[in-house]
Write a protein that binds this ligand. Sequence first.
Ligand SMILES: [Zn+2]
Ligand SMILES: [Zn+2]
Length: 321
Amino acid sequence: MCGGSVHTVRPRTFCGWCALSAGYIPCLIAVGLIALNVLPFHLCFLPMLHAACVVGNASIFYYYYSIVIMVFAEIMVYGNLYWAIFTPPDFVPHEPWAEAPVYQGRAVSENPYEVFDLDRTGKLRYCGACRQFKPDQAHHCHMCHRCVYRMDHHCPWINNCVGRGNCKYFLLFVGYIPVGAFHIVLSTLYSCVFHFPDFFGQAMTEEKIFSSLIVILSMVFSTAMGLCFLAFAMHFVCMAYQGQTSVSRMIASKKQADELEQQRKRAAEDRLFYMFDLFGADQRWSRMLLPFKPDHDVRRAPPGYAKRFGGSVDEYIVSLV
Ligand SMILES: [Zn+2]
Ligand SMILES: [Zn+2]
């Protein structure tokens, strides 16, 4: 499907390049906050656990288990953050959406594509900026200056839209943060109780008190971060299960009752389409939970997908073969 660059406008001036670069500052802040969360684990907790292993208070297998889970969560969080930032969200191509699509199977157009949603005035949804009609669930992003398929929102932390192309990476990024954070909290708590006999006692040297304080602060920070991102990830998955995005949910709150009823009837189909957008055709758990590139080949899409969300006439013809 639609590949290409993340940025739709190439800066021509020095100031333009500076503005483009400044957009990545929140991404660096996100990287720093995650590092702030995991560094105390590596610099304070693991040395304490290793010392406990040396004196026989902890098992070396537990030490390596803690490292493996932590490194796996870090690779998943940073890897998915990287792909969410640098994968294009799938911009709607000008062809064939420059022509009016068919509305709810009522053929008044040569264009084979079909839409079910209208705008607030009851007309086909049209983007004046891109000069093209919008497929259902596509919205114009004023930061990216383009219409984006299955747009959820424009996220400043990834300096990118969350759309069909990168929503899987965004969800995995958000979902693996609680995995890492709760691993820090649980393994630290477990070790404090069972592996560090003097942790709550009096026999502590000054440097031990300092690293213990860092470990406690790290647990508090990880708990807060884990709970926030767990709530966010669950909210994202619940919306996907209902076939909705953040934008479509906001718009649905302003819709008439009969439109909402129609939408409810299409919910099962919309869910299939959204799951295809999110995870691609191959929806085995092993592929969904790891950052494999989703297979968005319309030949393997649910029936009716190409007619509503195709990106070119070629794709539509391929879906019919
Ligand atoms: Zn647009
Ligand atoms: Zn955007």
